[in-house]
Design a protein around this ligand. Structure first.
Ligand code: NAI
Length: 327
């Protein structure tokens, strides 16, 4: 049987953690033949540490055959030791009345410390996914704080936006979500993201031709996908958790096990593609093979798309400028 891999998860006692850990342990992320060791990080505070123990009791009670070991941590230097995968879920999202500078400073502290810890103790091949918001900028901070690790190891989660876009397109066209190919979301995980179905197909047919309604694209589809997180908070009284955990599973599974040529969206550091400045942590269309992602290149960017890409890029550059002094 396969050698176990080490999967570190931060924010493990939070609501996404609760929807995520059981699926990792059951083999949905890395395959039904891949044993895992869970290394769980929470803040060094009694409440969350106690809640984490409760989650671990439940994981025990599932008797998952693939879960060979699990440990609880309050220090990233031990939580990330030899980690092959790191899902950085815990963060400080913007609360009501919170100033932008405060948000960036709090997360700057969390993600510089976690980036440095990954740099010091994780596997040199560690695959890092940042879920905690502001996800792209947090991933950028972690990457910049880990100079001895390859830049490409750091990614941000745009997959929830991708899956939300796919679901809206399936509903609009009356087709199966599983048949949608070549969809992507450009930019920041925020309402400025640009979900782009110009290249998408369903059973080989063009989605753009099927829908043929630019007014719907600009005034219904993009705002619906962009504001979906807020709509879920409004309806549920809590932010998306199961769908976020599901997107994290999709992102890591596709990165590790490959997409068979299918496009997916990942937030990754740009190498300058599509005019996005190097290192910007940006949502791009990618395919994955042999544990590596590759940007789909050479797509035509029309005027409408360029305008949307410029907006989300400007927002990201603003965030990244705001944390420069912390790096
Ligand atoms: P939550 O508040 O239920 O849980 C977060 C947990 O992280 C808490 O238990 C907290 O103690 C822990 N934590 C905070 N700082 C930490 C640190 N430095 N080290 C380790 N643990 C830490 O929040 P929830 O709902 O689980 O969401 C987590 C994050 O994911 C939020 O930032 C949220 O905005 C973000 N999110 C991102 C999405 C995306 O598509 N990228 C989608 C949905 C949520």
């Amino acid at each position: 049987s396969k050698k176990p891999v080490r999967v570190a998860v931060t924010g493990a006692a939070g609501q996404i953690g609760y929807a995520l850990l059981f699926r990792i342990a059951s083999g949905e992320m890395l395959g039904k033949d891949q044993p895992v060791i869970l290394q769980l990080l929470e803040v060094p505070v009694e409440g969350p540490q106690k809640a984490l123990k409760g989650v671990m009791m439940e994981l025990d009670d599932c008797a998952f055959p693939l879960l060979v070991e699990m440990t609880a941590h309050s220090d990233p230097m031990t939580a990330f030791k030899d980690a092959d995968y790191a899902l950085l879920v815990g963060s400080r999202p913007r609360g009501p009345g919170m100033e932008r500078a405060e948000l960036l400073a709090v997360n700057g502290a969390i993600f510089t410390a976690q980036g440095k810890a990954l740099n010091a103790v994780a596997s040199r091949n560690v695959k890092v996914l940042v879920v905690g918001n502001p996800a792209n900028t947090n991933a950028y901070i972690a990457m910049k704080s880990a100079p001895d690790l390859p830049r490409k190891n750091f990614t941000a989660m745009l997959r929830l936006d991708h899956n939300r876009a796919a679901s809206q397109i399936a509903a609009k066209t009356g087709k199966a979500v599983a048949d949608i190919e070549k969809l992507t979301v450009w930019g920041n995980h925020s309402p400025t993201m640009y979900a782009d179905y110009r290249f998408a197909t369903i059973n080989g047919e063009s989605v753009a031709k099927m829908i043929n309604d630019q007014e719907w694209n600009a005034n219904t589809f993009l705002p619906t996908v962009g504001k979906r997180g807020a709509a879920i908070i409004e309806a549920r009284g809590l932010s998306s958790a199961a769908s976020a955990a599901n997107a994290a599973i999709d992102h890591m599974r596709d990165w590790a096990l490959g997409t068979n040529g299918k496009w997916v969206t990942m937030g990754i550091p740009s190498d300058g593609q599509y005019g996005i400045p190097k290192d910007t942590m940006f949502g791009f269309p990618v395919t994955c093979e042999n544990g590596e992602y590759k940007i789909v290149e050479g797509l035509e960017i029309d005027a409408f798309s360029q305008e949307r890409i410029n907006i989300t890029l400007a927002e990201l550059q603003g965030e990244q400028d705001g944390v420069k002094h912390l790096l």
